[in-house]
Design a protein around this ligand. Sequence first.
Ligand code: NAP
Length: 519
Amino acid sequence: MRLKSYLSGAWVEGQGSPAVLVNPSTEEPLAETSTAGLDLAGALEFARSRGGPVLRKASFAQRGEMLARVSGLIRSQRDALIGIAVENGGNTRSDAKFDIDGAAGTLAHYAAIGRDLGDRRTLVDGDPTPLCRSGGFVGGHLFAPREGVAVHVNAFNFPAWGFAEKAAVALLAGVPVVTKPATSTALLAHRIVTLCVEAEVFPQGALSLVSGAAQGLLDHLTGQDVLAFTGSSDTAALLRTHPALARAGVRINVEADSLNAAILGPDARRGSTTWSMFVSAVARDMTQKAGQKCTAIRRVLVPRDALSAVEEDLASALARVRVGNPAADEVDMGPLATAGQLRDVRAGIDRLCASARVVWTAAEPSPLGAPPGKGFFQTPMLLAADRPLDSSAVHEHEVFGPVATVMPFDSGGEVAELVRRARGCLVSSLFTDDRSFALRMIRALQAWHGRLHVAGEAVASDAPPPGTVFPQLVHGGPGRAGAGEELGGERGLRFYLQRTAVQAPRDLWDALTVAQDPC
Ligand code: NAP
């Protein structure tokens, strides 16, 4: 299968030597793709000049209806999409549902926001301020869609949700999208875009797809465009200093990697509900999507006197995990997505092991249902850093696989010191029933996180796992996590809108901000 890109309203195929997409359980080729020779500058201009004006003319409610249709298409094709995620992403069915249902749910959430915003096309930011004694001249802030294109560069691990969580917000804001999934797992996003094109959900130019390498795509961005990137900090660093982006003043949002922590409160006793919630959360995050989740728990902080019991309980939870080809029903954890990821994970484990000991891993990896010697499998590996204040790698190096490091602490102050060493996280979680410990930790960790998750016995049956990203809440994190922010309900729209302070006679301001603006 030759994957095409959808640019300037047509499916087009690149030239030259292609990248090959494989099944990571069997290494069988599934598709190939290339973007060489494609007119990416023309595609960006087509999106700006054809998609942008039509989207801007549509009301929030009309844009929301488009998103609701995409959500419906994903739901109606759920089984087929899950099949693609199993084959191309190495996802178990449960991993695939997490990605695909997350995509449909996020689109539905933004569709509902569009419905609530109704027939408006722009947003007002707060009340106007009088700028003279009589109050006849005022100043206030208005948001309008940027007149450019939103380029979305996504990571390989959530090809459906990654597409949806960015596209839903940009399109609702009225900005056309060029989405670029990571090449290795692009089949799923390709299929979703195909569904949208076949159903003619969007006006021409509103949604484009680059299937394959970015190949100079970013060289053509202008000051009305935005770039939203999800991926590694290394690639993010390249993009932040990209000369064309810097020159044009392109607005950039970065969602990068993160060494998220899970903290067990000193009050939690072995065998308690809170203890079990903690152990399940860590084991789930290590193995869901084979640990390839930006929100996965990487650092496991436990009171010193609980260290060996936590190690034992986690080891027995991990020992039950059956690794293999997720096409087989009995498999709990699939392979890593690519040979490169496997290489990086193994190198990362070596790096962590310089200052950590191995607590548990399977003696001989023999993946179920995979051809002998094939597939990018890594069994879960639990490490422990006994002197975490003296270990730097565990706080600096993200191993993007089924690996986590347990470490002891002696006080709340030490927890804060250890967590902060990662220089900014997407999410950390706290499992405790001690209200004052929870309050102290939230205050100490708030500035270093995009999201904090606190759970214990009282909410055992209600609290979702910490790794779940809700469209109602912001996603992103300070510092090394990318310093970005996405989602958060209506807040997410602001990235795609220009906020303009308007100083004007009061009657003009009132005319500008009535619900049914005529633009
Ligand atoms: P990556 O290697 O940085 O690639 C991410 C995306 O960037 C891919 O689409 C890739 O395209 C593209 N890319 C690479 N070099 C580029 C360049 N020079 N110009 C333009 N685009 C370029 O990351 P990954 O391996 O896919 O993803 C894993 C990382 O993402 C992990 O570190 C994880 O923590 C992070 N992540 C973060 C979040 C979050 O929300 N914070 C979510 C998911 C993942 P090709 O595939 O074509 O090379």
